[in-house]
Design a protein around this ligand. Structure first.
Ligand code: TRH
Length: 380
């Protein structure tokens, strides 16, 4: 008989960056908090995890964080029972001994691959289909997505309500920003920037510096910093640094906890994000955004980019759609940004309304954690 309170194992290999651990840590916490299931999160790189969750003790092979049992997934695999539900995040390869433990269970577990996020149409046809089998254990594809028929997006309970309250509370925003050392200049646009290296940065910064409206740009420490240093003509930028060039103020922030990063996105008028998880969080912020997609071999990421642009820009006027698409395509091709930025700025109010409408529409879908639990319920 399947367990009434199932145990879940989530496996995460950190390929690079923070998306793998960012997504699995978020999912693990939500499953515990909202679905009362026991979750073990197996992570091969606790140092990457520590950046998002500073309370992690990287020396421990086992620890509890926010109700989640965090296990260091070392090459030296400890004997461990297989759980009732097993999630291999982003096609990571489970340890052989664990696969055997899955196969030896009287009732095989539900084994799923949590795939990367894509707005492409084929995702709807593939979501939930059987994948490979190991002995008696069947694996299934589970695809997050933006459209009905996919697994949805990670969204914690009341997230949008909390976001709305925060955005309506000027004092809470001021206090939060001040806690990060940010004093927003009056009348300045607040923009956050989280991106990979990008040659288009200098022309975008030039455009903001020469704009009639001031911009206060907030940049968490990370891969884009070398391009920022190059533009400023300054070496060794560190968190806390603030530099002003005409209408543009550039401020470097520390890499903050996930919940603080959410509030940063909620505080800004525009967010440049990347990868997968920050991209989704910026959509929940209900503010216009710019996506730096994670590059893949043979440029297959460009199909994903176009699929999302097509979906997201439905309902925008033709000029706003062109402006936004142009900006996104230029950013993802390392091209000059100035003209696209100026065109985008002309459609600011429409893009703001659209971002909120998109967020509310996406919020009508079942969230990814609930969809996973439902998938399990249907399966047993
Ligand atoms: O770090 P990323 O580039 O991760 C990428 C993508 O997920 C990509 O699809 C994947 O293949 C690759 O990793 C291996 O971007 P992403 O997905 O936005 O993850 C960043 C995480 O870091 C996200 O959970 C938000 C979090 N974050 C903070 O917690 N604090 C911060 O200050 C910042 C800037 C981010």
């Amino acid at each position: 008989m399947p367990e009434l309170n199932p145990r879940w194992d989530i496996f995460c290999t950190v390929v690079d960056n923070f998306g793998d651990i960012g997504v699995t840590w978020r999912l693990a916490r939500q499953l515990v908090a909202e679905h009362s299931v026991a979750v073990r999160l197996w992570v091969d790189d606790l140092r990457a995890f520590e950046r998002l969750c500073p309370q992690i003790d990287i020396r421990l092979s086992q620890q509890w964080q926010e109700g989640v049992e965090v296990r260091h997934w070392s090459t030296d695999w400890p004997a461990a029972d297989a759980a009732d539900v097993v999630i291999a995040a982003f096609a990571c390869q489970l340890p052989g001994a664990y696969m055997d433990a899955m196969a030896e269970r009287e009732q095989p577990p539900l084994w799923m691959n949590l795939d990367y996020l894509s707005a492409e149409d084929w995702v709807i046809g593939c979501h939930g289909l059987p994948s490979v089998k190991y002995k008696s254990v069947q694996k299934f594809f589970f695809f997050p997505g933006f459209q009905p028929g996919t697994g949805g997006l990670l969204r914690e309970k009341n997230l949008l309500e909390r976001r709305r309250q925060f955005q309506q509370d000027a004092e809470a925003q001021r206090n939060f920003l001040q806690s990060l050392g940010i004093n927003r200049a009056q009348g300045a646009h607040l923009i956050s920037l989280f991106a990979y290296e990008n040659k288009g940065l200098s022309s975008w910064f030039d455009a903001m510096a020469s704009d009639a409206t001031a911009t206060h740009l907030l940049i968490p420490e990370g891969r884009i910093i070398a391009d920022v240093e190059h533009w400023l003509g300054i070496d060794d930028l560190k968190a806390g640094a603030i530099h002003v060039r005409d209408a543009l103020t550039v401020q470097i922030l520390p890499f903050v906890r996930q919940d603080q990063y959410d509030r940063l996105l909620w505080s800004c008028d525009f967010n440049a994000v990347r990868g997968e998880d920050s991209f989704v969080r910026a959509q929940w912020a209900g503010r216009p955004l710019l996506w730096h997609i994670y590059r893949q071999d043979e440029d297959i990421h460009l199909d994903k980019l176009e699929a999302f642009i097509e979906l997201y820009t439905k309902g925008l006027s033709e000029p706003a759609r062109e402006a936004m698409s142009g900006l996104w395509r230029a950013w993802n091709a390392d091209e000059a940004m100035a003209d696209h930025w100026q065109s985008t700025r002309k459609h600011w109010p429409e893009l703001q309304q659209h971002a909120e409408a998109w967020c509310l529409e996406q919020g009508l879908q079942a969230d990814l954690a609930a969809a996973l639990v439902q998938f399990y319920v249907n399966w047993i």
